[in-house]
Design a protein around this ligand. Sequence first.
Ligand SMILES: [Zn+2]
Length: 253
Amino acid sequence: MSVKTEELIAALDNLLEPGQFRDYAPNGLQVEGCPEVKRLVSGVTASQALLDAAVEWEADAILVHHGYFWKGEDACIRGIKRKRLKTLLDHDINLLAYHLPLDAHATLGNNARLGDLLGLKVTGGLEVGNPRSIGLVGELETALTAQQLTQRIATVLGREPLHIDGGPELIRTLGWCSGGAQGYIEKAVALGLDAFISGEVSEPTFHSAQENGIHYFAAGHHATERYGAKAVGEYLAEAFALEHRFIDIPNPV
Ligand SMILES: [Zn+2]
């Protein structure tokens, strides 16, 4: 089966409500390709390796979390940007990118999926009072030691997280926000949570965790954002009877 590209975009916009977010890049159709989509690839980042894999599979559209045209980037089309755009345009592939809306979706978003996979029960948003909070707050059914939680994260994500030991002996309440949200540790501290999980880590995160008495887990930017685009790709494949493949291009960061 196939779907008109514009119908696919309408379905995505309806699902993810990009108009509700102030984002760092345009959400939706970033590069226009063919008018009809049969084969859809989903992935984390529209890197050259993902584009090449999509070309090889003869995909008509690629859905990603990290697209192009970020605020503040050089607007000129040179170097790797030229190569990436040329690959898309030469093969008539549509590039669909959703950033914050794909983090925040209540069931298919990166954070909802990550919480599910880690066995965390959502109790609220990290941004108190914001119904579209990107980060989430929740709890473990059974309290775990930091070592046990490290093990669980490693098993689920297939990657050993970096743990900064600062919190209580047993962890029950947690905040989490995928990607580069280490700065949100302050929000987790303000809520009095036992631990906070994000993807990346910065030098000040170490001191913040230790001095505020909270555990911090840097579980990988890529590793924590592998689930939203995949879930939305599967949703679209089901809705429009499309052929769909999630293609993981491993990234250790
Ligand atoms: Zn990200």
